[in-house]
Design a protein around this ligand. Structure first.
Ligand SMILES: Cc1cc2nc3c(=O)[nH]c(=O)nc-3n(C[C@H](O)[C@H](O)[C@H](O)COP(=O)(O)OP(=O)(O)OC[C@H]3O[C@@H](n4cnc5c(N)ncnc54)[C@H](O)[C@@H]3O)c2cc1C
Ligand code: FES
Length: 270
């Protein structure tokens, strides 16, 4: 069951001029959150912005004894709510509802887990990488951004033993170009008998290209979709995604409750 708390800001760490990591004191949410789930945050006290905004749970914070004590959010400033999150002060409170949505399905060895992240789409993969590695799954992170300064937490993933494949659009780190190119090559060279699960999160175009690539190589792929979400609870229908039906037609699902993690080969990509 999701719970609604007025979460105290424990820390707010800027990573760049528009990215930050916000740590929230929310033990009950931290205890129940699974990789891929999200929270709805209302960082402002007034009516503007009126509605909460969805954010992936980035990290589960733990106290000295290892008990979950809070969550962190990796946020990219694009508008009013993310602006308030960027400027949040320690000890202020932020309304936080969660954990919400369906999490990733986590594979077991010998299957490998390949995570494909575009920009702030990195957010659900810190907890997913920890869960994969805790099960002994060999994990790879394909991570693309515009420039080197927008590739974050690389040492965090390296310390977990996750292989990194990096791309930047300006070529300042890793391969120049989009992240789907090395993914496509790696899938083409992978033995057909080697099981792998793909997990993707990022801009819609990147998700569509990843889904197409996964289908081309006959590989399963779970995508975390980003729709505008008015409520996060299934009540407003602002977040619908068209999905292929078994009968040959299509139907819409509310991505806040049927997702945000959905099977890539069932989505009707435009
Ligand atoms: C399940 C889920 C998890 C998310 N996790 C994160 C996260 O971990 N970190 C993070 O920084 N962001 C995340 N987002 C996106 C985040 O919710 C938006 O950036 C935020 O709502 C913007 O709020 P705002 O008030 O700052 O800007 P707004 O004024 O609401 O939006 C600014 C502009 O961006 C567009 N926009 C807003 N939300 C989205 C969206 N979801 N998809 C496409 N365009 C959008 C608006 O139409 C508008 O043009 C997630 C979204 C979803 C659905
Ligand atoms: S966000 Fe309201 S129904 Fe999904």
């Amino acid at each position: 069951m999701p719970i609604d708390v007025a979460a105290r800001v424990i820390a707010n760490r800027p990573l760049s001029s528009d990215y930050n990591v916000l740590a929230l004191d929310a033990p009950a949410i931290a205890r129940d959150a699974a990789p891929g789930q999200f929270v709805m945050l209302k960082p402002g006290a007034g009516h503007d912005p009126l509605l909460r905004r969805p954010f992936s749970v980035f990290e589960i914070l733990r106290d000295a004894g290892g008990t979950p004590s809070g969550i962190s959010i990796l946020s990219k400033h694009i508008g009013p709510s993310t602006g308030l999150i960027y400027g949040a002060r320690v000890d202020q409170t932020i309304d936080c509802l969660g954990p919400l949505g369906r999490p990733f399905t986590i594979v077991d060895p010998p299957a490998e887990g390949w995570m494909i992240a575009g920009g702030v789409g990195l957010a659900p993969f810190a907890t997913l990488a920890q869960s994969l590695r805790a099960r002994g799954v060999t994990a790879t992170l394909f991570y693309g951004a515009r420039r080197a300064a927008e590739l974050f937490y690389l040492d965090f993933f390296r310390a977990l033993g996750v292989e990194l494949v990096l791309t930047t659009e300006d070529g300042s780190l890793g391969e120049r170009g989009r992240i789907v190119a090395p993914l496509d090559r790696r899938l083409a060279s992978l033995d057909r008998a080697s099981p792998v699960m793909l997990y993707a999160c990022g801009p819609e175009g990147m998700l569509a290209a990843t889904a197409k690539t996964a289908m081309k190589h006959g590989r399963a792929c779970q995508v975390s979709v980003e729709r505008i979400m008015g409520c996060g609870l299934g009540g407003c229908y602002s977040c619908v995604v068209p999905m292929r039906s078994d009968t040959g037609g299509f139907h819409h699902v509310r991505s806040c409750i049927s997702g945000p993690v959905l099977a890539a080969d069932r989505i009707m990509w435009e």
